[in-house]
Design a binder for this molecule. Sequence first.
Ligand code: ATP
Length: 936
Amino acid sequence: MFKSVADRLGFPHSTSNSSLSSHPSSGASSPTSSSSGHHHRTSIFSSAPHVRSPSRQQQQTPLHGRTAPSASAATNGRATTPAGPRRAAPSVKPVLPPLTFNNSRDDSNSLYNSVTSAGSTTDEQQQPSRAAENVTVSVRVRPFSVTELRVAGGPAEVWAVQEESRITYADEYTMAARRAAVDYAYDHALTGSDNELIYSSSVKHLVQSAMEGYNGTVFAYGQTSSGKTYTMSGAEKQPGITPRAVDDVFKYIRENSEREFLLRVSYLEIYNESIRDLLSPEAIDLRIHEDKKRGVYVSPLKEEIVTTPSQVMRILQRGDQQRHTSSTDYNAHSSRSHSIFQIVIESRERAPTAPLSPSGRKFSLGLGKSPSAVRVSQLNLIDLAGSEKASSDADRRKEGAFINKSLLTLGTVISKLTEEKGAHIPYRDSKLTRILQSSLSGNARVSVICTISPSFMNVEESHNTLKFAARVKKVVTKAHTNQVMDDKALLEKYRREISELKAQLLLTAAAGGDSTGEERFGDLDKEKHAELSHLLEKERLKHEEEMVEMNMVRNALKERIEHLTKLILTSQSINAKGGTGPNSQPAAMGRYTVETTADGTVLEFPKEIESRLARKDTIVRQLQNELEDQQSKVAMMKNALQRTAMGEVVDIEKTLAKLEMEPPRDKFLIEKRASIMNMNGFVISEGTSGEGGQLVNRLASKKRFGKDLSSSPDALTGTSEGPTQNTAEDSDLKDDDASILLPEGESLAIDDEDEDHDLMDTPWNRAELISLRQAKRELEIVVIEQEKKLEDMVAFEDSDEFRNLVLELEDQRERILVMEEERETLKATIADQRNTIRRLELDHLESGRTDSTALGGMAAASTSPSVGTLATSPSSSSFTAAMAAAAASKIRELEAMLQRERRFRMEEQTQSMTRIASLEADLTILQAERSVRECS
Ligand SMILES: Nc1ncnc2c1ncn2[C@@H]1O[C@H](COP(=O)(O)OP(=O)(O)OP(=O)(O)O)[C@@H](O)[C@H]1O
């Protein structure tokens, strides 16, 4: 029955209504080529017994490449293949030798080619195949790099692109370098940075035919730094071939409503001759296998089923992050490995509308129209590592040796493929050629983009690349669609499973409708009836339980059907998902991975993946809860601290106690809190329990450094502009207040960026750590300033200025001593004078009494006893009065002198005391600083 399948399939590339413009196929099938039958001789399938001439549809396929009818075109069956290198003779193209393909056709190289699960075969001969065609070769000359522009003698162009298909030396260069002219012709030759141009000219047609069931391989080849990765991956504003191909794949599905698709992607690299799965980096040194059905394949290789372009792009990014790249002498981001991104496309004609189930729902039991075969094709997008000269770095040199060796093998394989029949093709000499074996040996359409530098510095390497490009151009392939009918095609497997599940679902629905009617017991007598009613009740309960179970099964079946259906893409499902743009949303179904085992069986991991995802979800939920928990506690504490900082009386003690009650996982939080408080100048008085346990807003750091890190609430959130100044009130704080200090190692957590990683798990922690680091930095600045001052003072101590000061101080001290002696002497003199005066007064009184007795008691008339006394004795009074006046004036004079002397001494003493006080203060400071220095 499957004989008719291929017929029914027809020739899809010609019937497609895709918007992907079917690119003119290089040398594909001009009427001349098809009729000549020459491809029998040149193609790898030349030995195959039943190779048919290209079909009518193929004959209608437009030609690919530039049409330049030539002798070679006529001979080798391709109308368009431009020649390889042509030496300075643009007008006379050398006749290409007939393209002989030596590797006789080997079924083992074709993928999924002939087996059906029903045991029927869909013979390859019955499958549509393209006419033999040459590899599409494009050469891209990139713009000058900054380094190349700077080089002396630059930037004269070496290469000139002629008619968008030929590369010659630029005239200037030919003259300057006195080189013989060269002229290479390819399918396309381009310059500039426009990736759309290279994609639409060289790759778009391959993507289209991959969607139609033909394998396609695109690779970028060229010297290091010539622009391979730029061409394949692109830049932000210039998406490369890979993203453009991905977009077109989905666009094709959207626009082709008559088929359904299943896409899976894999990404691997060959690094130092070892194969690594970039989507499962722990899997290294993957093996290459080969079997008749699958051809050459890598195993175990993870393949992810994809449903949107953005999902594919994320996978690509994930893989790119794993890829080996390094900075080399020639390229800051040099790819050190060959990478192969593969999209496997399964497609099948869509099933006819399913019949309706009894419930009115559509279902398909697979009993309707026979399912058509599934076409399976691969699209390989390959970014090769670049050939390079010796590198200065040993590791890069080793990588370079592997790269150069594998590229050399690629060159040899290509050469042998175009040599005479029967030659041994050394595919196995490198992993790269072994993996490319299926494509290069025939069953793929191949497009090679060779990239070259425009600079004279790389002229030899560029020349080698151009020669390689010319050789590749001669390789002929003949792709055919690959069809499978068994479970090797996931599409078939899933469709079959969906049908079975739907059938099961239908059965469960039917079973659910069963009734356990009482009427069955209608004829029985009453006793029996009661007994049976009881049994019936039990039965009913059992039935209800079964119904619940059944419903669960039904739900599980529905979910699985829904899930599998989502994996199968149709134009409707893609449109429903919101298009194929970069922002289109992936189906909410997580990753769905399959893996090909060594024997070629495709293994699924949905259950494992789902349970892993479920486990992850649980962990994520737990972590989220914990995080919310911690955040709310931290917020509570922060709030309390801020309120305290703003002077409010808050019962922090209770808050702390509440937090302390928490399980040990909150130890971190508590420690953190202590550290925050400490860093911000908060301390808790010793004995945190009872009344003694009041949290005091202590500005300890301020006391030491004159800064207040906590007074601003922002200090806690890391938004503080800086510390504020002390208030007078704060200065009353006592040094001897006990404090809870930073827990051991806490400072490490703030210092050590590595240790911070696990603390950085919440936005708040991050902000908090930033604020703590900021505070710490400020403290460090203060300490540095203090140390600087200390150093200055130590230097000052050793200076002459300091020594003079000390001498002056000693001088002052001596002078003070002298002055004190003088003062004492003066005091003694004054005391003597006073005594003398008192004696004189006594004498005077004595003499006055004697005179008055002698004069007969003359009455004193004066107010002053002495004067009065003197006045009453006019005979002797003149002498006595003169004596008294002299004594009095002498006394007054002495007293005035004493006053003056006292004032003068007082002033001098005050000055000296001030000076001494200042010098003593200086000295005390210096001594204190010296002792601090000695201690430290
Ligand atoms: N056509 C181009 N237009 C603009 N810039 C380009 C072009 N081709 C390459 N470049 C720039 O040149 C540099 C080297 O390119 P790229 O990394 O693609 O080289 P490569 O051939 O992949 O090198 P390697 O083999 O070392 O990986 C990059 O900075 C890239 O952006």
